[in-house]
Design a protein around this ligand. Structure first.
Ligand code: PTJ
Length: 243
């Protein structure tokens, strides 16, 4: 860990950087993940590095959708695994859902490292991509999925998605929840629910809201019915442009 006192104004941001760097060193995160993280940081800076009202709204709707899903799946790439492995495992446990490893930059070794990392952080069931189930409308490595995981899912939760797979998942009839600090990305524009927030801040709030919605399906569905992702995205974009 970089030697920075907790009082430093950029303490949280620097700790998160350390986690991403540690992920690369451990073979969990792609080297490209550093660039993706830097892009996220730039948007977070513009958003004031805090969870805004539009993000709280999206997180609540995401929790309602996950809590009422029939076969939810938590999809994990190298950045998410480095930043929030314990929270992703806790989310899967709360939903009684599998975690599935799915990466853009193809590497069997890294997929295995992500799996081990998630298991070490409490995940019970970590599915791996297979050649038996393939997403239509997609050419990248992310098309390979597990037939009992993303292959059978009605709702997929994906922090830091890439636009192509998000579109392929939505076109296949699945509902997709993403966490992306860039409200203008193709991923953000295509997802069913877009949480514009840093994944390290969003996950603890999401866990709280899932706990609140579990066992209250009627109220959760009503909350979902009122949710408008286009309006939330517009609010996020306005915040990026005007502060
Ligand atoms: O592990 P892999 O091979 O699947 O690769 C993962 C990355 C993230 C490298 C890959 O999916 C990728 O290249 O993603 P993109 O297309 O660069 O998109 C990453 C998006 O995540 C960008 O829109 C960033 O703004 C956003 N982002 C980055 N860090 C965070 C974030 N959003 C929320 N929280 C973050 N910490």
């Amino acid at each position: 860990m970089t030697d920075v006192p907790a009082s430093h104004p950029r303490y949280a941001s620097l700790r998160t950087r350390d986690a991403i760097v540690a992920g690369v060193e451990a073979g969990v995160t792609s080297i490209h993940g550093l660039i993706a993280h830097g892009r996220g940081e730039a948007f977070d800076y513009l958003l004031g590095e805090r969870t805004r009202g539009f993000a709280h709204e999206a997180i609540d709707a995401a929790a309602a959708m996950l809590a009422t899903a029939v076969r939810p799946v938590v999809s994990v790439n190298g950045n998410a695994a480095a930043l929030v492995p314990g929270e992703l495992a806790a989310l899967a446990a709360a939903l009684d859902a599998p975690v599935e490893v799915n990466v853009f930059h193809a590497s069997k070794e890294r997929e295995r490292a992500i799996r081990e990392h998630l298991l070490a952080h409490g995940a019970r069931e970590v599915l791996m991509p297979t050649g038996h189930a393939v997403l239509d409308h997609l050419d990248s490595n992310r098309r390979f999925v597990h037939p009992d995981g993303i292959g059978a899912a009605d709702v997929v939760f994906v922090p830091l998605e890439d636009g192509d797979r998000c579109r392929a998942l939505v076109r296949s009839g699945r509902r997709v929840i993403v966490v992306d600090l860039n409200p203008m990305s193709r991923t953000s524009r295509t997802a069913t629910i877009t949480i514009v927030d840093d994944v390290t801040r969003a996950m603890p709030v999401l866990l709280e809201r899932v706990a609140a919605h579990r066992g209250h399906a009627g109220a959760a569905r009503a909350a979902l019915g009122r949710y408008d992702n286009a309006r939330v995205l517009q609010a996020a974009e306005t915040a990026v442009r005007t502060g």
